[in-house]
Design a protein around this ligand. Structure first.
Ligand code: BEZ
Length: 212
């Protein structure tokens, strides 16, 4: 199977989760979603990642992002592991953890990289838009825990650029100046950004982050 690419429709599935059974396309309908895999239950880096994600629930809610974790472990293991996450990370799991022992989700999303590990998923993360298209994907090896501040940052960029004809520069953070996309003419840019913009080069025009 060829790899999923940006712009592709996120594959649908029906699975068991720690919050009960879900039909993925039904629960994400009209919302932003994040689907992220971890290699295995009862492992140290994964424990910290799930704890961090749970701590950031308010931030994901603010952005209307529904978050789903997944690994190829059975649901009984997920339930048994949740207690450890609460005990060691000081936060209860507050988002669904998908049990994928038959590797239905892992295979559909290309989360198993045989030359890294033949059986467990790597750390894949997909951001899916309200139109169910894949907007962004990142992949980390098992040994490197993800930076969830970066995950929130890219969601901010994706949501902003979905709404306005702007792009976000290197290391951009919410609230900082953005770039007017080159396909917008100066004439249209003056209408869209009446408070003005700064032209550094004809193709590099900076403007305050649009609000709303
Ligand atoms: C971890 O989550 O700590 C981990 C999982 C698989 C391999 C290495 C580390």
């Amino acid at each position: 199977m060829s790899a999923l690419l940006l712009g592709d429709t996120a594959p649908d599935f029906e699975v068991e989760t720690t919050s009960g059974p879900i039909h993925f396309h039904e629960v994400i309908d009209g919302h932003w979603a994040i689907l992220f895999s971890h290699p295995a239950d009862f492992t140290p880096v994964c424990t910290t990642e799930l704890g961090m994600t749970a701590k950031l629930k308010d931030e994901f809610d603010k952005r209307d992002v529904k978050v789903f974790g997944v690994s190829v472990d059975p649901i009984e293991d997920h339930h048994a592991w949740i207690g450890d996450i609460k005990e060691t990370q000081g936060v209860a799991l507050n988002f669904p953890l998908i049990a994928d022992p038959d590797k239905v989700v892992a295979t559909a999303y290309g989360m198993i990289h045989p030359n890294a590990d033949n059986t467990a998923t790597v750390r894949s993360l997909f951001v899916i838009g309200p139109d169910k298209k894949i907007k962004l994907k990142i992949e980390y090896p098992a040994s490197t825990g993800r930076n969830f501040d970066e995950v929130l940052r890219v969601v901010d960029s994706l949501q902003l650029t979905a709404k306005h004809k702007v792009a976000t520069p290197a290391n951009w953070k919410h609230g900082e100046d953005v770039i007017i996309v080159p396909t917008v003419s100066d004439e249209d840019a003056k209408k869209a950004f009446p408070e003005g913009f700064k032209t550094l080069k004809p193709y590099l025009r900076m403007v305050a982050q649009p609000q709303g």
